[in-house]
Ligand binder design. Structure first.
Ligand SMILES: Cc1cc2nc3c(=O)[nH]c(=O)nc-3n(C[C@H](O)[C@H](O)[C@H](O)COP(=O)(O)OP(=O)(O)OC[C@H]3O[C@@H](n4cnc5c(N)ncnc54)[C@H](O)[C@@H]3O)c2cc1C
Length: 377
């Protein structure tokens, strides 16, 4: 057992750092200001193998080790949370199709998602249903030849840009998941602007008015999408958000340490305290996140809880680090000249998405202690 990354994995993270620094970081402030990300960026990231990289090579993926995936998402999170969040939802849809889709769905969609020819979004939340996935009210009625989908989905990351949506809707047997293409008649996509953080994530409200879908649109068993598909997809989503949150902590640490040294305030012990908390949070959060990655890779039944624990810890750590980084940078930290103001706003979003921190706390509090009997277990 080793608790430091293998040299090859550390080298991989350096490669991801260079990639994120070159392609993504220079655009982050613009994404935040303009509230959009250009599709061209995702074409470039697809060429670099960053879209759905966990997929097997036969579908155009990289068969990437989940540990390396976590390090990629840490570096993307450090560079730009909005960009990282597109890859998160896109990969959640790809992973769901790989796990639960029919052979036809896998053959048709996975190569297109891996190549970036199609971008995907994950549509679970509704105006009246967020934390409680069982409360979705969108309906998909069985009709001759397929389904008729009616309802509204809200806060859908990259809903403005996606070509394909994985939509959770109520069918006769319970909550089901359906693939809906962007150009389906009856679908209206309304942009949501003015969000607090991850402002480039191009959120949308999706309104489905009697959308006719083929029978093959159904993914996985009818009526079982919650909890089967939601748990598997949200485990990956939480893992990505945990890693991205550690990227925020790391970015805050680097900005704060550099400024403190340059400004000469690093000599103050109260400033050292803030930097120390960031150092320790980055290391602790990374270890929890890597543990989740290892369990996801092993297909362990403990992976969902590990991802929830990592996401909870890392998102709180990101919020604390960003608040302290703004403090260390003073007025500069409150301005658009430094990335820490963006980190501050983005970090708050990490505490809400992919299961709010209260949902994480109640889940861990009710069930997590069963596996926390002590020692290394
Ligand atoms: C930037 C952004 C991007 C998003 N992207 C997507 C996306 O791509 N796809 C998608 O489907 N959704 C997306 N969402 C929606 C997100 O998943 C929800 O906001 C989240 O699940 C919380 O739901 P809610 O906002 O309805 O809050 P609610 O569920 O109404 O919760 C309100 C408050 O009550 C607390 N609460 C609720 N239930 C409980 C409970 N049982 N115990 C304790 N406390 C509780 C919550 O923690 C929260 O503090 C996004 C949201 C944001 C902000």
């Amino acid at each position: 057992m080793r608790l430091t990354p293998e040299p090859a994995l550390a080298e991989r993270q350096s490669t991801y750092r260079r990639l994120a620094e070159e392609l993504v970081a220079p655009l982050a402030a613009e994404h935040d200001r303009t509230e959009r990300v250009d599709r061209v960026l995702f074409e470039k990231l697809a060429v670099e193998g960053c879209l759905a990289p966990l997929l097997p090579e036969r579908y155009g993926g990289q068969a990437l080790d989940p540990l390396a995936y976590g390090l990629l998402h840490e570096e993307l999170g450090r560079a730009c949370s909005a960009t990282r969040s597109l890859l998160t939802v896109h990969d959640m849809v790809a992973d769901t199709i790989r796990r639960w889709g029919s052979a036809g769905q896998r053959e048709h969609w996975l190569p297109r998602l891996a190549s970036g020819e199609r971008l995907a979004a994950f549509a679970l939340s509704e105006p009246g249903a967020g934390s409680d996935a069982a409360a979705v009210t969108a309906t998909a009625e069985a009709v001759e030849g397929g389904w008729e989908l009616t309802g509204t989905k809200k806060w859908i990351s990259f809903g403005q840009l996606a070509d394909l949506y994985l939509v959770f809707a109520r069918t006769q047997r319970g909550v089901s998941a359906l693939l809906v293409e962007r150009d389906t008649p009856g679908l209206t996509v309304a942009p949501i602007t003015g969000m607090l953080g991850t402002r480039g994530a191009m959120l949308a409200e999706l309104c489905f008015e009697g959308c006719r879908l083929p029978a093959e649109a159904l993914v996985g068993p009818e009526g079982r999408a919650h909890p089967y598909l939601t748990v598997s997809s949200l485990t990956l989503g939480r893992y990505s958000v945990a890693a991205g949150s550690i990227g925020i902590v790391q970015g805050c640490l680097e900005a704060a340490a550099a400024h403190a040294a340059e400004r000469g305030v690093i000599a103050h012990q109260l400033v050292q305290r803030m930097l120390a908390d960031m150092v320790v949070a980055a290391r602790a959060g990374r270890l929890l996140t890597l543990r989740a990655g290892e369990l996801i890779g092993a297909g362990s039944p403990d992976a969902p809880m590990a991802a929830t624990e990592a996401k909870y810890f890392a998102s709180v750590a990101a919020g604390n680090a960003a608040r302290d980084a703004v403090q260390v940078l003073g007025a500069l930290g409150c301005s658009a000249e430094s990335p820490v103001a963006r980190y501050f706003r983005d970090a708050k979003v990490m505490e809400v998405i992919e299961g709010s921190n209260e949902i994480s706390q109640t889940t861990i509090g009710r069930f997590g202690h069963a596996g926390a009997g002590g020692g290394l277990r």
